[in-house]
Write a protein that binds this ligand. Sequence first.
Ligand code: PRT
Ligand code: ZN
Length: 284
Amino acid sequence: MKLRIAIQKSGRLNEDSVKLLRECGIDFSGPNGKLKAEASNFPLELLFLRDDDIPQYVADGVADAGIVGENVLIEKRKNVQVKNKLGFGKCRLSIAVDKSFPYTGIHDLNNLRIATSYPVILGQYLSSKNISADIHEISGSVEIAPGIGLADAICDLVSSGSTLLINGLKEADVILKSEAVLIANDRLSETKNKLLDRLLFRIESLKKARNAKYILLNAPNDSLGDIVRILPGMKSPTILPLAEPGWSSVHSVVNENDFWEIIESLKANGAQGILVVPIEKMIL
Ligand code: PRT
Ligand code: ZN
C-alpha cells in the first residue's frame, strides 16, 4: 500500500514541494516531464499535476494527499482536509486598480468590470460587502486587462507587487492571504492515514526546526543563574565545565522570533563567545 501525493508539475510551488519531501527524507526522481514517480525509501507515489487539478484529484481519491495554494483550494471549493500549512508559496489575492484611480474604499468598485482568474472568491467577497460588479473570468495575464480596456480593475495574486507596478496598477484591497498547504482526502484507509501521519510528523519536525536555533556560549559560573533564566531550552540548558576554572559552556535552543532580545540580555549578563547554529530537524 502506497500513499499517493499530488504536487505541482512545474511552476511556483514545484521546487519547494519537492524540497520539502526530500527534506522529509523521501527519495525520488522527477518530475523530468513525467506524470508519476515512486519514492525508493518510503511507501509513497508522487503525481505531478497542474495546481488547479490537485483539489479535485484529492477530493475524488485519485490522490490521497496533495500540496496546493490555499487560493486554489478555496476557489475550487472541494471537500478535502487541510492537514498542515507549509510556510512557502506565500502571496495574497488582491484587488488592484489603475494607479490614477482615486480609490477610497470597496464601494468604489460598484458597477465596475473586474478581471480575475478567481471568480468564486471574488464573487463571494463582493457580495459579502454588498458590492455589485461585473466579474470577467480570464485565465492568464490578468494584469494587462485594464491597459487594454477589458476591465476597470483586476483581482489577482500579488507577492512582491512588482507586476502591479510594471502595469501601472496599485493594490486597493486584500481579499485573502495564502500559502501552500498539505491537503488530504477525508476518507483515507487506516493504513494510508498512518502513512500520512508519518509524513506529517516529519513535516512538523522540519517546521519546528525552521524557527529554532541552537545556541552555545561561554559564561562565568557566577552568572549561570541569570543565563539559565534567559535560556529555557527544550527541557533546560546543558551546562558543561570549561577547562578554564570558574567558566562554563551553556547549550540551548532558542526561538528565532525572540532571538535578538535573548542575545542582548545574554551579553548583558556576561555571556561570551556566543555561537548560533541552524537546526535541521527537531523532534520533541
Ligand atoms: O501550470 P499550473 O496551473 O500548475 O500553474 P499556475 O501558472 O496556475 O500557477 P503558478 O505556478 O504561477 O502559481 C502556483 C501557486 O503559487 C499559486 O496558486 C499561489 O498559491 C502561489 N503563488 C505565490 C503565486 C505567487 N506567489 C505569485 N506571485 N502565484 C502566482 N503569482 C503571480 C501572480 O499571478 C502575478 O502574475 O505572480 C505575479 C505577481 O507577482 P509579484 O511578485 O510581481 O507581485
Ligand atoms: Zn494553475
